[in-house]
Design a protein around this ligand. Structure first.
Ligand code: TRP
Length: 373
């Protein structure tokens, strides 16, 4: 998607994003209350990421649940480009993927696109990417996926099945489609142009490896949708089911404007940050507060413009009454920004401590999670 202020592509997310507009431009469906009720019935509870609208759009999610109800194997596919350390923004689709895995007892295929990050990034060496890949895998495992049902793989080390599928995908995608979908140009390297076939390949990997029917759902941030348009076009030509998708918004960075990005480390909370580092970032975050306490008391703050509120709302404050009260007290000028920052800093600290503990434990069980071809 592109208009004068905002850009959403798999490589760049910038500006103020209008998610309704994005739904129209990408041709995805809004996630309706009916679907949420149905999902809640399977899961046993309504996840905070649903309650607060972080997951907002889908493709054929209802059909995917129907397949499950009809006894078709439910499978999930998601992924990560290992170009750096993991931050909170990356974790949102993974946390939701775990919720789906538990709800549907689903197999999960988790791709690490080490090839992508080499091809698309000027500065990273294959060695650096291999290091991030190993580091990122620990964060993935720490989310709590089921070891027996989770298969993590990387494009460079598991290339045999992936490449076999990717050539079949690639044969049905013209350069002109790739250019129109991804914006490639004459100066793009030829690896970049082939890469979409590698990201589409896992859509069909479960059926390819297991030789039986399964319906794949992709939980991910909405910027990845162009890949799924390609894979859905090609699926019937290869005799596979089309993948369904369920899509999240982006969590903002702690600064003013834009999604959380590893290229702006001061505004991103990395899962490897110490509690002190993360606390400092939260304390420096952009808020919807007034420049002075006096003005804040008189005019009140603006939660809609506040990153600290966005974090409490989207992820960290599970209690509906408490977020509603935060919103009210902010607008009325009763609450100062320091109170919210402290609250968020405490939540983030607790989260990081727990994650880092799980991440340590993950080191001993990596092999249990890696795809055995
Ligand atoms: N391209 C994604 C990234 O850069 C990584 C990825 C691969 C992915 N397969 C995926 C993301 C499937 C979501 C779902 O981060």
């Amino acid at each position: 998607m592109q208009n004068s202020e905002s850009v959403v592509t798999p490589w760049e997310v910038r500006g103020e994003i209008d998610y309704d507009e994005l739904i129209r431009q990408f041709g995805v469906e809004p996630l309706t209350e009916d679907l949420i009720v149905k999902l809640e019935r399977h899961a046993g509870f309504r996840h905070i990421l649903l309650r607060r609208g972080m997951f907002f759009a889908h493709r054929e999610f209802g059909d995917w649940m129907k397949s499950y109800e009809n006894g078709v194997k439910a499978t999930l596919y998601t992924g990560r480009g290992p170009s750096g350390n993991t931050h909170l923004g990356h974790l949102i689709p993974w946390i939701f993927t775990k919720y789906l895995q538990d709800a549907f007892d689903a197999d999960l295929y988790f791709q690490l696109t080490d090839d992508e990050k080499y091809l698309f990034n000027q500065d990273l060496t294959t060695e650096e990417i291999a290091k991030y890949t190993q580091e990122n895998i620990l964060d993935i495992i720490a989310v709590g996926f089921k070891p027996k049902k989770t298969k993590i793989f990387t494009n460079l080390t598991n290339s045999r099945p992936l490449y076999n599928i990717a050539v079949k995908v690639a044969k049905h995608v013209t350069f002109s489609t790739a250019k129109a979908t991804f914006g490639f140009s004459d100066s793009s390297n030829i690896g970049m142009i082939f890469f979409p076939a590698m990201q589409a390949a896992p859509c069909f990997l479960p059926q390819y490896l297991e030789g039986k029917d399964s319906h794949v759902l992709i939980p991910c941030a909405i910027d990845q949708d162009p890949y799924w348009r390609i894979s859905r076009d090609v699926a019937p030509k290869l005799g596979y089911r089309k993948t369904a998708g369920i899509f999240s918004k982006f969590i903002p960075g702690l600064g003013a404007g834009g999604k959380m990005s590893a290229s702006m480390p001061e505004t991103a909370i990395f899962l490897s940050d110490t509690v002190e580092q993360a606390t400092k970032k939260v304390k420096n975050a952009f808020t919807g507060g007034q420049p002075t306490i006096k003005e804040q008391k008189e005019k009140g703050g603006d939660p809609d413009a506040c990153v600290v509120y966005a974090y409490l709302f989207s992820l960290f404050d599970e209690d509906d009454a408490s977020v509603a009260e935060t919103c009210r007290a902010c607008k009325s000028g009763e609450r100062m920004c320091g109170t919210c920052k402290n609250r968020l800093a405490e939540k983030v600290a607790a989260f990081l401590e727990e994650h880092q503990e799980k991440r340590e434990k993950a080191k001993d069980i990596v092999e249990d999670f890696m795809l055995k071809e």
